[in-house]
Design a protein around this ligand. Sequence first.
Ligand code: HEM
Length: 400
Amino acid sequence: MSLNYLIVQIARWSCDPPSRGISLATGRKWKENRQFTIKALARLGVADRSVESRIVREVDSLLSVMATVDSHLFNPAVICSCIANVMCDIIFGRRYAHDDPEMMKYVAEMQEGFVLMAHLGILNFLPALRHLPMTRKPLARLNVTKAAAHSFFANHVREHMATFDPENIRDFIDTYLEEARKRAQVDANCNLLEDDYVLHLVGDLFGSGFVTTAHTIIWGLLYMSRHGDVQRRVQAEIGEQIGEGRAPNLADMSELPYTVAVVHEVLRFKTVAPLGVPHANTKDLVVRGYHIPKGTFIMPLLHAVHHSEMHWKNPTEFDPTNFLDSDGRLKIPSAFMPFSSGKRICPGGQLAMYETFLFLASILQRFTVTLPEGAPVPDLIGKLGVTLAPPTFDLLITAR
Ligand code: HEM
C-alpha cells in the first residue's frame, strides 16, 4: 500500500458522516478525534509542562481574590471560573474576569447541564419516557443549555477562522483549523470546516475538563478544613522544600510526596466521576459466570472500586497515606482509577493533576483554611449529577 493511498484513506475516514466529539462517539471517528485531541493537548503544553503558565495565571488571580476577601470568609465556588478560564485559555486563547456576565452565565449553564444529564440518565434504559412531562421539560432545558454553549463556542471558532495564521498556532481551535486545512488538501470533499464537528469536540473537552477539576479542588479544600493535621503536614512539607520566597511549581511535585498523595487521596475519596461514563461491550462476554451479551449498557462504578476493602486499608477514612510507601515515597495502587481505565481513559488526567496540585499547594502555602466556628458542617456526601458536586460552603481563610 503506497503512502499516498494511506493518506487519502485517512482523509476519507476523517470526513465520514458525523460521529461527533469524543465522549459519545464510537468507532473510527472516536479514535481519530481522540488521537487528535491527545496530540493537540500535548502540543499546547501538557507534554512539556509549559501549560503550567496558563494554570499559574489563574492561581495568581485566585490568590489575589483571597487576599482581599472581606471578613475572611471565602466561597470557593469562584474556583469554577478559574478552571473554566484555564480551559478557555487552552481552547480559545483567552480568559474572562471572574465576574464577566458571559462567563458566569456559561459556567452556571454548564453545571446545570451536568445535573440535568444525570436526571435524564434513565432515558438510556427507557427511551420512551422522553415523552412524559417529567422528562420532557428537563430534556428541553438541556437542549437550551447545549445550544447556548454551542453559540458561545461558535463565536470563538468564527473569530479564529478570520484571524488564523498557520505560522502562529495559538490554541486548540487553531490546532484544529490547521489539521482540517491539511486534510482538505488531500480530500476536496472534506467538510471538517463547514459543519459543527469542532463545536462538539470543544464542547466535550470543555464539559469534561472544567467541572470535574474544579469540583476536585473544592472538595480538596473542604477536606483540608476538616483535617487540620493533614493540612499542617502539607504546609510543613511545602515550608521545608520551598519556603515562602517563591510559589510551588510542577517541578516541585517530585519533592512533595505528601502533598501529591493528598491530591490522589482527594481524587480517590471524593471520586468526582463516580459512575464514570457508560460503556457497552463490543462482543459477548462471560464474567465470573455471568453471560453479558454484546451491546450491554455498562456503568463502571469507579466510586465502588475506590471504596472497596479489597483494595484500601480503611476505604471510608480520608487518609493520604494510602498513596505513600513505608519510606514516605509516592506509591499509586492499581485500584486508583478516577480517570477510568483502558482505551477510553480520560485524556485530560495529567492536566487535571497539574491543576489540582498547583491550586491546592499554592493556596495552602499562603493560607490556612478552616470552617467558620458555629457554622453548620457542610454536607460531605455531595450532590450527584454527572459529577459528584461539593456543597456550597464558606471557608474561613487566614493568611500565614
Ligand atoms: C479531576 C478531573 C477529571 C476527572 C475525574 C475525569 C474523569 C474522566 C472519566 C472517568 C472519564 C470516562 C472515561 C471512560 O469512558 O471510561 C473521562 C473521559 C474524558 N475526559 Fe476526563 N476527567 C477529568 C478531567 C479532564 C480534563 C481536564 C479534560 C480535558 C482536558 C478531560 C477530558 C475528557 C475527555 C475528552 C473524555 C472522553 C474520552 C473518550 O471517550 O475517549 N477530562 N474523564
